[in-house]
Design a protein around this ligand. Sequence first.
Ligand SMILES: Nc1ncnc2c1ncn2[C@@H]1O[C@H](COP(=O)(O)OP(=O)(O)OP(=O)(O)O)[C@@H](O)[C@H]1O
Length: 235
Amino acid sequence: MATPLVVSDVAKSFTMHLRGGLVLPVVANVSFAVASGECVVLGGPSGIGKSSILKMLYGNYAVDAGQILVSHAGRTVDVASADPRTVLEIRRSALGYVSQFLRTVPRVAALDVVAEPLISRGTAPEEAHERAAELLSRLNLPRDLWQLPPATFSGGEQQRVNIARGFITDHAVLLLDEPTASLDATNRRVVIAMIEAKKMAGVALLGIFHDEEVREAVADRILDVTAFSPRRSAA
Ligand SMILES: Nc1ncnc2c1ncn2[C@@H]1O[C@H](COP(=O)(O)OP(=O)(O)OP(=O)(O)O)[C@@H](O)[C@H]1O
């Protein structure tokens, strides 16, 4: 079976157009792979480029160089050079992402927000809603919130909706950007167990976790992003 995620020689810099075109190099020569059933955690100090790496992998940020190979169902796609339509297709079928904050859509109920990725992959709405309800109940989201749009939910409630939405599919690769940052200890433990279940199912996980307890519990390997920082020698 092909390795689900292979990153090779990726580089990224930001050009600050409002600052006379100042170029800020963020990472260079980023090379690593995440195997099926493995959870790799991106480490290193604040501002070193951890979130930028996740955003490039998900196709939110363009890359200056390198390849981001995602394998799924016998084919491999390079997210770094894929056209937008292919990126959307790979997100739907193979590449999941739990961002730090939920992007709420007005007037869409929490249960529908969570069920949507399954429905868009062809699961019957009833079955998708059942699965969404299971996840929301596992994450202790009060049942009377399920039919409400999450816009007015607390930070931790929104984060749990976001986690449920990200975990509902069986994507081969799952990117996690501080999914437990706003959670209490009980729900952090639920998320740790959900990550363990994904590993058992053979998913390749790559995440950022500032919480040490969570990091220790889930990480098979910590990858220090300082090694990819072009600014490290200047620091
Ligand atoms: N869209 C952007 N435009 C310009 N600079 C950016 C942009 N996104 C990130 N940066 C810069 O890139 C560097 C890396 O930021 P990034 O958010 O990836 O770091 P991080 O390691 O995830 O930090 P933290 O742990 O604090 O979240 C920072 O210097 C940041 O200011």
